[in-house]
Design a protein around this ligand. Structure first.
Ligand SMILES: O=C(O)c1ccccc1N[C@@H]1O[C@H](COP(=O)(O)O)[C@@H](O)[C@H]1O
Length: 212
């Protein structure tokens, strides 16, 4: 079964909807420039609603050590998503210090970017392929060329992100064989406002692709 991450959640209602619809991962974005930013106080409150069976992902962008340590203490995520220019050394250090699963996003522009991802082997626990950064480092609702993954042989766990919606996720899974799909802006009515019906439709589309 394909794992599902619903990201950029910021209200109890949409968080509960994602859990009820079968998300295996839920994500909170702690990045002030994002329309999905949640404060540490909000995130800590929401965190209490996440059942143990669902993994909580903290999405952050190149945070400095002290703020990152504060965020980790406040939220206690199961996963930290590094969505900036973080080096393999930094990710390894954080992972070894707090013993938390770590994902590194990669903005896939070309076959060369895919080759460069190799340097995160042994440092991150999962690669998250997304479209290249635009106005924001992520959460732009844009897909990359899935054909870049044709013939790619995964050397570590990975996930697919970038512009996924209820309408295209089935094709994305069939085309790439992604073991985990991650969606945020494709499930919104406006930036930062998640739509419960779209969350449900996304999870149903993933399950339909699994059954196909
Ligand atoms: O969602 C954001 O605002 C965001 C900000 C900074 C870094 C990452 C962000 N989101 C992540 O980007 C990918 C793709 O999102 P989308 O589905 O294309 O909107 C996903 O992992 C989001 O969690």
């Amino acid at each position: 079964m394909t794992d599902i991450k619903i990201c950029g959640l910021s209200t109890p209602e949409t968080l509960d909807a994602a859990v009820d619809a079968g998300a295996t991962h839920v994500g909170f974005v702690h990045y002030e420039k994002s329309p999905r930013h949640v404060s540490l106080e909000q995130a800590a409150k929401l965190r209490r609603r996440v059942p143990e069976s669902v993994k909580l992902v903290l999405v952050q962008v190149a945070m400095q050590p002290e703020p990152l340590a504060r965020a980790y203490e406040a939220i206690r995520p199961d996963v930290i998503q590094f969505h900036g220019s973080e080096t393999p050394e930094w990710i390894r250090l954080v992972r070894d210090t707090v013993k938390v699963e770590s994902w590194r996003s990669i903005g896939l522009r070309s076959a060369e970017t895919l080759d460069n991802a190799k340097k995160f082997e042994g440092a991150a626990d999962r690669l998250l392929f997304d479209a290249p950064a635009k106005a924001l480092p992520g959460g732009n609702g844009v897909s990359f060329q899935w054909s870049l993954l044709d013939g790619w042989e995964p050397f570590m766990p990975w996930a697919l992100a970038g512009g996924l919606t209820p309408d295209n996720v089935g094709e994305a899974i069939a085309r790439t064989g992604a073991p985990l799909v991650d969606a945020s802006s494709g499930l919104e009515t406006e930036p930062g406002v998640k739509d419960i019906e779209r969350i449900k439709a996304f999870c149903e589309a993933v399950r339909a692709a699994d059954a196909a």
